[in-house]
Design a protein. Structure first.
Length: 280
């Protein structure tokens, strides 16, 4: 097993102290390591000019906006926190946010897409994703005990930014989940891996989406996040307002929102005609 350098160990400790998620920690360490390998030198021996040259290299390779800014976040953290060079982070520029409209499916397209997903587990997981507007990682890590049928809510633990929140539990989704539970008898994880040793990997849901697109021959690039965008759009089109906000993004900032309000909020999933028994 390769020995971790003192510098990398210090960065990992800095990330841990600040309670950043394991995913964020891995990402930051990965990007700093790539930066170091590009120049063939320890990153503490590199400065602003090297950072600038590396950013230009990434832009030249047409690296995605998300990857560019993950790199910026990692390098700003490394120089500002781990090396304590307060002069440098502010000089490392973020890439400009691209203004792109998300792909949104109509209600009929959502039905057709979900019915094209192969496998009971994957289909129900993606139904759940749309029904409550989840991210892929949030859907993958759902536990059976997160489903609260008495209050008609679902608890989402450690979502984006390490935050917990509650979302509505659609009556139609609840019936589907009950049938799914009787058919598959999952243990701790609602959507377990095939070997039962943990939750399904988020990428598995992405693969299921691509397979459904190929089966349908659709031109739209439908991803797990497309279902989340579609949920938000359909919720707002229905005129649903939580805490007086019409913006779903603003509403989700309020961790203290009443679970009673959330439980009474209708999911757009209930407007779809979906089969209660999910086919295999």
């Amino acid at each position: 097993m390769a020995q971790i350098s003192p510098l990398r160990q210090r960065m990992i400790e800095d990330l841990t102290i600040r309670n950043l998620s394991p995913e964020t920690q891995r990402s930051y360490v990965h990007h700093v390591a790539k930066f170091s390998r590009f120049f063939g030198r320890s990153p503490d021996q590199l400065g602003y000019e090297e950072v600038r040259a590396y950013q230009a290299h990434l832009v030249g390779r047409r690296v995605s906006w998300g990857a560019l800014n993950q790199t910026v976040c990692a390098l700003r953290f490394f120089y500002g926190v781990t090396l304590g060079r307060s002069d440098l982070p502010e000089r490392i520029a973020y890439a400009r946010t691209p203004r792109k409209l998300p792909i949104v499916l109509s209600a009929d397209e959502v039905v057709g897409f979900l019915q094209a997903v192969k496998g009971t587990r994957n289909r129900v997981a993606l139904m759940t994703t749309y029904a409550v507007g989840l991210r892929a990682a949030e859907a993958a890590r759902l536990q059976v005990t997160d489903i609260d049928s008495s209050r008609m809510i679902i608890r989402i633990e450690q979502g984006k930014g390490g935050k917990d929140r509650y979302v509505m539990l659609s009556p139609q989704l609840l019936e589907i989940l009950r049938v799914y539970w009787r058919l598959t008898k999952p243990g701790r994880w609602l959507f377990p891996r095939r070997d039962g040793r943990g939750p399904i990997h988020p990428q598995t849901l992405g693969i299921a989406c691509r397979a459904a697109c190929e089966f349908l021959g659709v031109e739209k690039r439908v991803t797990v996040h497309t279902l989340r965008h579609s949920f938000a759009t359909h919720l707002l089109e229905a005129g649903t307002v939580l805490l007086g906000h019409r913006s779903l993004a603003t509403t989700t900032l309020y961790a203290q929102v009443s679970t009673a309000v959330i439980g009474r909020t209708a999911s757009p999933f209930d407007q779809l005609r979906m089969e209660i028994t999910p086919p295999g």
